[in-house]
Ligand binder design. Structure first.
Ligand SMILES: [Zn+2]
Ligand SMILES: [Zn+2]
Ligand SMILES: [Zn+2]
Ligand SMILES: [Zn+2]
Length: 381
């Protein structure tokens, strides 16, 4: 493609379509089939190429399209996609021979890949530059260099300084989802806000500095005795907010004891006067949205959640949560499982506070893992 054409394309004002309009347009252009168009759009969301509704292309999407236009323009041409679709329909209608079409397609793709492989380095450079620009949050409060979204070796995301290793300033990010930098900028810190892309569980994290500051300012609220180390070491269970923005019921002796139970990320948590007989912990109520949510005893709730989960899936969630917590509290990995809801020892003390309240929901209805509330305890982290 000629450079001038490339420039002209870039300077065109972007047209933003709603999803239904987008599907109509795809239909008009012969891209996809009725059955696949929704999936195609969902895939774009899942891979971070578009966000919001109406969909908005991300920097990543623009970088990939730019690189493809520059180095393999056929791959991004709608003619190629439409041609493939037409061929497939021709096969279905018996107008074309399958092998013939498959051979043609293979040849076409092989050519595209050859072109791409030839300019591998240039493509890489281009993507890297664009992606770096796409990861910038704003000024580092320690050294004035730029804060970037980075990925740890373990695969979790965090905010780090471009001046590393000279500057070691970091901020945690939630462990759920893939961070996407939004256009909104925090007025206090000059940092772009962050959204975590996680399919149905996607949420806006906001300014990572604000989240960390909120956690630093919030005191842990003790609600009982740690079932793991309470008798031996006087460990307590407390409601904690981590610097990554997630919340949990965890042992006050962390990291010596890493007993913890999940809590939802949002909503004010009320500690009621009602107590679980079995675990001697107060019942919790989460106030978010229009209806309070009766979470109950955090141990019972987590047990319920675990019994509802398939073993492998629950294990996966535990692993992710641990990482989040360790990163959030700036500590190294340790060798113990995070939550051991079962087998809790008898608690000795209880901490009661606040006014008694009526149950707004039937017991069990509003459990953390209740599907109607948008996912399980661990997923909400
Ligand atoms: Zn710095
Ligand atoms: Zn802020
Ligand atoms: Zn403990
Ligand atoms: Zn209980």
């Amino acid at each position: 493609m000629a450079d001038t054409e490339f420039e002209a394309k870039q300077t065109q004002p972007p047209r933003r379509y709603g999803q239904s309009r987008l599907i109509e347009t795809m239909e008009e252009m012969g891209i996809g089939t009725k059955a696949t168009r929704h999936d195609v759009i969902q895939k774009l969301y899942d891979r971070g190429y578009i966000e919001s509704d109406p969909p908005r292309p991300t920097g990543l999407a623009k970088a990939v399209v730019e690189a493809s236009e520059e180095f393999a323009d056929r791959i991004v041409s709608d003619e190629m996609t439409a041609q493939l679709e037409a061929d497939m329909q021709a096969i279905a209608a018996g107008e074309k021979n399958f092998d013939e079409v498959a051979d043609e397609s293979r040849e076409m793709l092989a050519q595209v890949f050859d072109e791409l492989a030839e300019s591998r380095e240039a493509v890489g450079d281009h993507l890297q530059k664009s992606l770096k620009a796409d990861k910038q949050l704003g000024p580092c409060p320690e050294c004035g260099d730029t804060l970037l979204v980075r990925k740890s070796r373990a695969g979790s995301y965090f905010v780090g300084c471009d001046g590393y290793p000279d500057c070691e300033y970091t901020l945690p990010l939630p462990s759920t989802g893939k961070p996407l930098i939004l256009d909104d900028v925090c007025e206090d810190h000059g940092l772009n806000e962050v959204k975590m892309l996680a399919g149905r569980k996607t949420f806006v994290h906001g300014c990572p500095q604000c989240k960390a500051d909120e956690a630093d300012e919030e005191d842990d609220e003790v609600i009982g005795v740690c079932p793991d180390c309470g008798e031996e070491h006087d460990g307590k269970l407390a409601i904690k907010r981590l610097r990554s923005g997630s919340r949990l019921v965890g042992c006050t002796r962390y990291p010596d004891c890493d007993y913890s139970l999940p809590l939802p990320r949002r909503g004010e948590i009320e500690v009621t006067d009602e107590t679980c007989e079995e675990h001697d912990l107060p019942h919790l109520v989460v106030h978010s949205g229009d209806e309070p949510w009766e979470l109950g005893c955090p141990i019972c709730n987590y047990r319920e959640y675990q019994s509802r989960q398939a073993g492998s899936e629950a294990g996966d969630h535990r692993g992710r949560r641990r990482e989040d917590r360790e990163e959030a509290e700036g500590r190294r990995r340790r060798g113990r499982p995070l939550a051991q809801g079962g087998g809790a020892r008898r608690a000795r003390r209880r901490t009661r506070r606040r006014r008694p309240r009526h149950r707004a929901r039937l017991a069990g209805e509003g459990g953390l893992a209740s599907p109607g509330r948008g996912g399980s305890a661990a997923e909400r982290q």
